[in-house]
Design a protein around this ligand. Structure first.
Ligand code: NOJ
Ligand code: CA
Length: 702
């Protein structure tokens, strides 16, 4: 006890009663405070920022199998504080250099002879904490039955959320309601009917963005999700959320043979919606690659694909047919176009055996083959065709969510792709039924698992690690959410994990989704949204082989906004999703896609209002050039952009791609104007964004 009381000089221990100790630790800039305490042996924490309440008294703890309740009857055995500050360089990223600066509080809690460690890191932009249970004699079974982590907000705070435990994983629009209203019922009323999808619980996916009643913005998420189950947030009334982990089919949340290190539970805290986008906290709570691993082969890039003609324009099929997209001749034509315009990759979907018209989405289809090609696709011919071109095939593994079938072929499949010079593989897990991933045990018994439970988290990890053996980077569709693992495993280069552009092909995201994404899904990391559609209406055919257009199909955007997305939505592997024939109609706008970088030195949020508009400026990592992208929801806007962030020593040429006064996402989406003006750091540029539109600027140093 004496030692603990001595610590009060540093920690402001409010009380030194044996079982009732409050410890306050603040962020390096002293603005954020975390208060940790035991109340009758139960661990709690709360958070404040400059006297504004972020979280009220919230419980902590874990319950393990065999009635091991590590959420009560504790005493504090030891407390350690530390601080840490350094700069580090991500291999690829939004920033060339990232500062990692935090104070750390490590608490050893003791319950009889059992030990639980709680570790808090307090940064200037939020906090992270995690549980560690080392191997110990008095714990025999480390399986987690429940995690008792609470996030006790205010009833008046509102959340931007999408439902967890739902059939289409993260591919949902966002609802904006009070925290207590998070439920499938409310979602069905406001956004999309989920009444049929009744298994599972009422909970929200993370990152969960919250606009607090006191004006602050926070995002609750997790970092370093490895060999654990994914966290969702379940409303408990009066603004309280509780961590709810995806369970295994037998109800266990996490299965572990020994010791537990949980992922970090993260709370990013910002004064404004713009500040929220500046946080690198998730990456800071991940680790660098092992010293022995060399990832210098992971390269950022841009790619085109034999893709939109299936999913968007509906001119071709993935499966063998008269209209099969991925045939040798067509792939060569795409390769000619993409390599002429300096793309790094060409995605080829439908190259392998296993596709047929009903392939999607039950999880029960004929399993895919990842080795054998369809008859009209000659992989050897394609490989020699590109031997003198500086472009790689982006391979494709659609698994249909059939994990055993995929894992049985994993090594072979990556070996084949490596032999063919493939540097990137897009994977896919379409299986649009809740809790429907088959897990087949050795005795042949089949169990159905959730897409985001520990079974799948371990599968995604396995794919990344095997792909790395073959020097292949992975772009996952229907993935597990990003928790910053790309820092340690840089070949997990990008992923989908939200409603992306594809939905505008076969359905619609509506005009307001694009401005939700940066404040929600994109807070977790890069997204393979697949921007760059130029033909925004009259693009989709009723069926392959007909000339009949589906006039209802529209991409609710403008060409200028499609360009803006390359700057606004970060991804080190960025697609130009439209067809060559559509790009040929707009060669000058296409120039922007060719020029825009995918790896950056820094970013600045020039303006934003959550889910309504956003303007981001990014500096190229390889030059003195800057790129600006701005997007708006259904409302038109006018901005005056001050360029005072430019280097005062230089003069620049700005190429501005913007909507005209006549552009409109629905009525007239493909009208834009391109202006070139000389600028410097004293310039202010007036900008117009049409309803549902946007703008992009390339700023080139003279
Ligand atoms: C869904 C993916 O998101 C999409 O990009 C892909 O084309 C289809 N699945 C087929 O694999
Ligand atoms: Ca998808």
């Amino acid at each position: 006890m004496k030692n603990l009381c001595l610590l009060s000089f540093f920690l402001m221990l409010i009380s030194c009663n044996k079982n009732d100790i409050s410890t306050i630790i603040d962020s390096p800039d002293k603005k954020i405070k975390v208060i940790f305490f035991l109340d009758n042996g139960t661990p709690y924490y709360s958070i404040e920022k400059e006297d504004k309440l972020i979280l009220k008294k919230s419980k902590l703890g874990l319950i393990l199998k065999d009635n091991v309740f590590l959420n009560k009857n504790f005493i504090i055995n030891n407390i350690q504080i530390d601080s840490y500050k350094n700069l580090w360089k991500p291999l690829l990223g939004e920033y060339k250099i990232i500062e990692n600066n935090y104070k750390e509080l490590k608490i050893e809690l003791k319950q009889n002879k059992k030990i639980l460690f709680l570790e808090f890191r307090i940064f200037n932009d939020g906090i992270g904490f995690r549980y560690t249970i080392p191997n110990q004699k008095n714990i025999k079974n480390y399986d987690i039955i429940d995690e008792i982590t609470e996030f006790n907000l205010s009833e008046k705070d509102s959340a931007f959320w999408q439902p967890a435990f739902s059939y289409r994983r993260y591919e949902f629009l966002y609802a904006n309601t009070r925290i207590d209203e998070i439920s499938k019922k409310k979602y069905s009323e406001l956004v999309e009917d989920l009444s049929f999808d009744s298994i599972g619980f009422d909970a929200a996916q993370t990152p969960l963005t919250i606009k607090k009643n006191n004006g602050l913005f926070i995002s609750i998420h997790e970092a370093n999700l490895i060999n654990y189950s994914s966290m969702t947030l379940s409303p408990k009334g009066k603004g309280k959320l509780e961590a709810l982990l995806y369970p295994w089919s037998d109800g266990t949340k996490v299965k572990l043979n020994e010791s537990i290190i949980s992922p970090w539970r993260t709370i990013q805290i910002a004064d404004s919606s713009s500040d929220l986008l500046n946080s690198s906290l998730i990456l800071n709570l991940n680790e660098d690659p092992e010293k022995t691993e060399d990832y210098s082969w992971v390269k950022p890039g841009k790619y085109m694909g034999v893709w939109w003609e299936m999913i968007g324009t509906n001119e071709s099929t993935w499966w063998p047919s008269e209209f099969h997209g991925a045939n040798t001749n067509k792939v060569k034509k795409y390769l000619d176009f993409a390599s002429k315009h300096n793309f790094d990759g060409l995605l080829v979907e439908g190259w392998n055996k296993g596709w047929y018209p009903e392939w999607c989405c039950s999880g029960n289809g004929i399993p895919f083959n990842f080795i054998d090609t369809v008859d009209d696709f000659d992989f050897n011919e394609i490989t020699s065709y590109i031997s003198d071109k500086n472009i790689s095939i982006v391979g494709h593994h659609e698994t249909g969510g059939q994990i055993e079938n995929y894992e049985n072929q994993l090594e072979e499949a990556f070996k084949l792709y490596q032999k063919m010079g493939v540097k990137y593989v897009k994977t896919g897990y379409v299986n649009d039924v809740s809790k429907n991933i088959k897990r087949i045990e050795k005795d042949g018994n089949v169990f159905k698992e959730w897409h985001h439970g520990q079974f799948m988290i371990n599968h995604f990890q396995k794919v990344i690690e095997i792909a790395a053996k073959y020097k292949i980077s992975i772009i996952t569709h229907e993935p597990i959410k990003d928790t910053g693992l790309r820092r340690k495993f840089p070949n997990f280069i990008s992923r989908e994990g939200a409603k992306g552009q594809e939905f505008n092909g076969f359905s619609s995201n509506g005009v307001n989704h694009a401005t939700d994404l940066p404040f929600t899904r994109l807070l977790s990391g890069p997204m393979d949204y697949t921007p760059g559609i130029f033909q925004l209406n009259k693009f989709r055919f009723i069926a392959p082989g007909t000339n009949e257009l589906d006039y209802n199909a529209i991409v609710p955007s403008t060409i200028a906004k499609e360009l803006a997305l390359y700057v606004v939505y970060y991804s080190p592997m960025q697609m130009a999703a439209d067809l060559p024939k559509h790009y040929k109609k707009h060669p000058r706008a296409f120039e922007f896609i060719k020029k825009v970088p995918v790896n950056w030195e820094s970013k600045l949020i020039l303006n934003s209002k959550i889910s309504e508009y956003l303007t981001i400026a990014r500096k190229d990592i390889n030059s003195e050039n800057w790129y600006i992208g701005g997007i708006t929801d259904e409302k038109q806007r006018e901005f005056y952009l001050k360029l005072d962030f430019l280097n005062p020593k230089h003069e620049y040429l700005a190429k501005i791609y913007q909507d005209t006064k006549k552009t409109h996402w629905k009525k007239n989406p493909m009208e834009y104007e391109i202006k070139e003006i000389e600028i410097n750091n004293e310039s202010t540029i007036p900008i117009y964004l049409a309803p549902g539109g946007g703008f992009a600027i390339e700023i080139i140093k003279n």
